[in-house]
Design a protein around this ligand. Structure first.
Ligand SMILES: [Zn+2]
Length: 72
């Protein structure tokens, strides 16, 4: 957990990573065989946690992105 200043206010940041191996492409439905759907970096989402405390709390969630060799 990190505590940072955001626009003059002290905020807490919690980092988390969401990753998994897909069974198929979510777009074209191509089965993930022989690594036809590969990992393509992560995209970080900043989610405000609905917790009341002294400081605002954000969850920095890194979401796994994928690249499909079938439909790109
Ligand atoms: Zn696809």
């Amino acid at each position: 957990m990190e505590i940072k200043q955001d626009r003059g206010k002290v905020c807490k940041f919690i980092s988390a990573t969401l990753t998994y191996i897909p069974t198929h492409c979510a777009v074209c439905g191509m089965k993930n065989e022989h690594f036809s759907v590969i990992k393509n970096g992560t995209q970080t989402s900043r989610i405000t946690l609905p917790l009341t405390g002294v400081h605002r709390t954000f969850l920095l969630l890194k979401k796994q992105r994928f690249f499909c060799k079938s439909c790109s």
